[in-house]
Write a new protein. Sequence first.
Length: 235
Amino acid sequence: MAITGKIINVSLGPGNPELITVKSLKTLQESTSIYCPGTADKNGNFKSRSLTILRALPVDTTRIHCFPVPMSKDRTEANRMYDQIALEIQEKINKGEIVSITAEGDSGFYSSGNYLFEKLSNAGIPITTSAGIPAFIAAGALAGLHIVKQEEKLIVLPGTVSSGELQGLIEKNYVIVIMKLSQCTDEIHRFIAKNPSLHVHYFENIGTTGELYYQDKEEIMTKEFPYFSLMIIKK
């Protein structure tokens, strides 16, 4: 059967609805279905930063389809949900629908939507992507930073790093960006304590009303980092 519809990965930006691109907004407005991932607590209450952004945009909210993704290192239930949503989307595009799959930041950058993208791609379904502003770029703008300049090297890491790994990178003169710090709080505290002369920029909830930015290392050392946090470290 020929596919008559299309799928677009739509990047929403880091949180502030004003940071979505014109192209992404236009794509959402043209879509017949908009898929929005989130999580559900034990009482079944749905939470989604993507949904918060969508509700603040001039799009038809009746076209939004929310789905909860179980957050666990055991990916069995999450994969089951992605399989279910992938089948739904395939049915829609076979009927000629335009389907958007939303993601915070940029959909190709540490996005959980990658799992759904792979399932649909492996089924031979073409997908296009609308680019977005990742959180660390918005964070740099908030702090007034030139994140890298001239011959500086940049590395972006997930929040599973060790103090030793960070030490090796900073000694090689990398500017370091660490995303989603909640899993490596102790390692980062240890690294900062060993390197008091470094410039450390810490951010939480970038692009939202609760966004925070700290440079004071003593204050940073007292914090338990939440999931939506990131850090930029420079010599």
